[in-house]
Design a protein around this ligand. Structure first.
Ligand SMILES: NC(=O)c1ccc[n+]([C@@H]2O[C@H](COP(=O)([O-])OP(=O)(O)OC[C@H]3O[C@@H](n4cnc5c(N)ncnc54)[C@H](O)[C@@H]3O)[C@@H](O)[C@H]2O)c1
Ligand SMILES: [Zn+2]
Length: 366
């Protein structure tokens, strides 16, 4: 069991080299925890122009009592998860006088987390950083695991680094301001965690979906905590993704392809939802997944008001062409992590993913 503290209102999960602290109202303690876990002469808070105006003020004021605090705001959205934004932010930190004795604080969703983490991984050859996720997707998934990076014109997350945070601080009350479509998108990754290792989590998510969509704090805290336990236990076993960590890519080979081919018109979580259904269908056609697996996943995703079918604007050919941009693609095939049934992934013997010929994927997408 990875949970160190569980009193129903707050959770501390041991994610290996760092802790994930989750609770309602944790924001009043953010600054003092950051100053204890990652003490520094200066604190550089990186956020985006949606989250900053809503949530940066109290954090900046509290951090200023522990050292110098500077705020660095990037434009919101996946389109800005780029090397250009990385360059601008690193220049900003230098202009603000940040040096090696700086802790970066990522205050935002997965885009801010990935980018601020990459800034921290590379600034002065690497400085500490703290994840303060503010979207459901970032709390459930992106803030845990130490992957940081940016997108390039050729595809998603193609330039980056492994850089573990000093601590992850999640206050579920910050989700009160999160637009509902982003709440739904976050649920896609939670449902994924159920599919890959825990049928109980899958069933519980399905039952509590109305509360989760409404942002009910107790249900949200329980769902976030269980997802973080699952993700961190997978990552602890395989930090660099040589084996088991590949199971977290379920839904993502096709999901990333749709995300890229649609020009990021769909949210990451929406693309993962579609990707999970299509990849589960592919797994059934290949005789790998139990019959009905794709339909069971689709039913829960639909109840979470997530899309489950290929967008009409994209042909099967366009999606398959975009899977070649995946980091693991070879000519004529791409790598897939596929389920055996709800709660269990297949292909352990071949390192949890297999190459599937484009022709077979095209048939499944048709
Ligand atoms: N590093 C990893 O392991 C990992 C894992 C999963 C996803 N990701 C990455 O995460 C990104 C997606 O994350 P995301 O869905 O959080 O996207 P995001 O960061 O774009 O956030 C979604 C939107 O919600 C806004 N927002 C965030 N918190 C808010 C709040 N509390 N109130 C109001 N608005 C708020 C943001 O400004 C943005 O407009 C993708 O780039 C994906 O590749 C990384
Ligand atoms: Zn994802």
């Amino acid at each position: 069991m990875t949970s160190a503290v569980n009193d129903g209102r707050s959770r501390i999960i041991d994610a290996g080299p760092y802790e994930v602290r989750i609770s309602s109202g944790l924001r009043s303690e953010f600054a003092s925890i950051i100053a204890t876990v990652a003490p520094a002469h200066s604190y550089a808070v990186i956020t985006d122009d949606n989250v900053g105006p809503l949530h940066a003020g109290p954090l900046m004021a509290a951090l200023a009592t522990h050292g110098r605090a500077s705020l660095h705001v990037m434009p919101a959205g996946e389109a800005h998860k780029t090397r250009d934004t990385w360059a601008r932010l690193t220049d900003d930190l230098l202009a603000a006088g940040c040096g090696r004795d700086t802790t970066v604080v990522a205050l935002g969703g997965g885009v801010v987390g990935d980018l601020a983490g990459f800034v921290a991984a590379t600034f002065m050859r690497g400085i500490p950083f703290v994840q303060v996720p503010t979207s459901l997707l970032a709390m459930i998934d992106a803030s845990v695991g130490g992957k940081t990076g940016v997108d390039t014109a050729a595809g998603k997350n193609l330039v980056g680094a492994f850089h573990a945070p000093a601590v992850v601080l999640a206050d579920v009350e910050l989700l009160a301001t999160l637009p509902v479509e982003h709440r739904r998108a976050g649920l896609a990754e939670a449902i994924k965690h159920g599919v890959i290792t825990d049928a109980g989590h899958f069933a519980e998510l399905s039952e509590t979906l109305p509360d989760l969509l409404a942002g009910q704090p107790a249900a949200t805290l329980a769902a976030v905590a269980r997802s973080v336990e699952i993700k961190s236990s997978v990552v602890k076993t395989d930090v660099r993704e040589h084996g088991l960590r590949k199971t977290l890519n379920f839904g993502h080979t096709i999901g990333h392809a749709i995300e890229h081919a649609s020009g990021y018109a769909l949210l990451h979580g929406e693309c993962v939802a579609i990707g999970m259904v299509l990849e589960a269908r592919l797994a059934e056609r290949l005789g790998i997944a139990e019959e009905g697996t794709a339909d069971r996943i689709a039913r829960v995703l639909k109840r979470a008001q997530l899309p489950v079918a290929r967008p009409e604007s994209l042909s099967a050919e366009q999606i398959v062409a975009a899977t070649r941009l995946d980091k693991k693609a070879r000519s004529g095939s791409a790598e897939y992590a596929l389920p055996a049934r709800i709660g269990e992934m297949a292909n352990a013997e071949s390192g949890w993913s297999i190459a599937v010929a484009d022709a077979a994927v095209l048939e499944a997408l048709a």
